[in-house]
Write a protein that binds this ligand. Structure first.
Ligand code: FEO
Length: 370
């Protein structure tokens, strides 16, 4: 899935320089030459004792084939699933894989060790985290990341509003489908009794100031999270469905001023930002006119993505205009149910343009959702 980066992004690879020199992850293929040149400025590549591949997705492994051409015998520590994903993407090149699982350790000298923690399906089968004892750093790969380029690298140097929003948007759009696994995994890691002084993800800011804040946020977000918010998402042909959207918004604000209402015309909105607002909401109201016995493609495409994110514990309702056949309400309701929403019967199905009798149906709908 492509996510627009409004605040930049980064692919973070890390070099550990103890008695052993260890590279954790690489970067995406288009950056491979810059990556290798930058790495050469830090270390003679032949002095790298081994590589840790926390995750096989191309944004972290894309430079690996070019690097391995230069140091072909270097051991690569990764999960069994990562051997499959790396060989699947780059071919069987005879790389020196060392398969690890949760609890396995490797000595890096100076009294420090790396401990491996499998993070299966967070968010690929091959995902894992690596923990450095002594410095107490958790290299968490995708978990706890953000698509946010922070020039000074650390969370305490970042704009806190942007950091919080980008961390949430990342969680919603990438990790929420696996939310059920996140609470269990955090409990498992806490149960290992590892002190954590720093969390170094593979995207965005490194959490060095109060690193557990992002772990606590993940626990909340993974537990059927919602705020007092309702989100309205619609598209419109000749503005009738748009009129209903804004009337619904006005009714919510009238009946429940403390409820935050967000309204998006989906064809003109960023899909990932809209998903982030739906995640924060207790209810979603979706509108589309009927077109060719269906809903508008902008709405149905977005709803296919909505289903993938597996939101839970949210109510939903449908609205829209029609000229003759009028299938959109039923289709929207079915799509919302299919996406896991509790759909109420109340709806606004307006012939041609909304009139007084249509607007009169808004209050009972809103009553069920606030
Ligand atoms: Fe799952 Fe950042 O790649």
């Amino acid at each position: 899935m492509i996510i627009p980066f409004f605040n930049g992004s980064s692919q973070n690879a890390y070099l550990i320089e103890e008695e052993k020199k260890v590279l954790i992850d690489t970067v995406w293929t288009p950056h491979k030459f810059d990556f290798i040149e930058n790495l050469k400025q830090e270390i003679d590549l032949k002095k790298i004792d081994f590589i840790v591949a926390n995750h096989g997705e191309a944004d972290h492994s894309g430079a690996l084939p070019a690097l391995m051409e230069l140091i072909p015998d270097t051991p690569i520590y990764c999960t069994a699933a990562a051997v499959k994903s790396l060989e699947g993407q780059y071919g069987k090149k005879g790389w020196n894989f060392r398969v690890v699982k949760t609890g396995d350790e490797v000595d890096v000298g100076n009294g420090k060790k790396l401990k491996f923690i499998e993070m299966k399906m967070l968010h690929w089968p091959d995902s894992m985290a690596t923990y450095l004892t002594g410095d107490n750093i958790l290299f968490s790969n995708d978990a706890f990341g953000q698509h946010y380029a922070v020039q000074e690298l650390f969370n305490d140097k970042a704009d806190q509003c942007v950091l919080k929003h980008e961390a949430l948007k990342y969680f919603v759009n990438i990790l929420n489908p696996f939310a059920m696994l996140i609470g269990k995994k955090i409990t498992e890691i806490k149960g290992m009794g590892l002190p954590i002084d720093m969390i170094a993800p593979s995207h965005g800011a490194i959490w060095r100031e109060n690193p557990m804040q992002i772990v606590e946020q993940y626990e909340k977000w993974a537990d059927v999270y919602q705020e007092n918010q309702i989100t309205i998402v619609y598209d419109t042909m000749w503005n009738g469905t748009a009129q209903i959207a804004h009337k619904i918004s006005e009714e919510i604000q009238k009946k429940s001023p403390e409820t935050v209402v967000k309204v998006f015309q989906i064809a003109k909105s960023d899909k990932n930002e809209v998903m982030t607002e739906v995640f924060k909401s207790k209810a979603l109201i979706v509108g589309s006119p009927t077109i060719s016995n269906d809903v508008m493609a902008s709405v149905s495409g977005w709803m296919a993505f909505l289903k993938q994110l597996k939101f839970k514990g949210k109510k939903a309702a449908a609205f829209g205009c029609y000229g003759w056949s009028g299938e959109s309400i039923k289709i929207l309701q079915e799509k919302l149910k299919d996406a896991g929403f509790e759909v109420i019967d109340e709806n606004i199905k307006s012939l041609w343009n909304p009139q007084g009798e249509d607007f009169a149906l808004i209050a009972p709908m809103v009553e069920k959702l606030i």
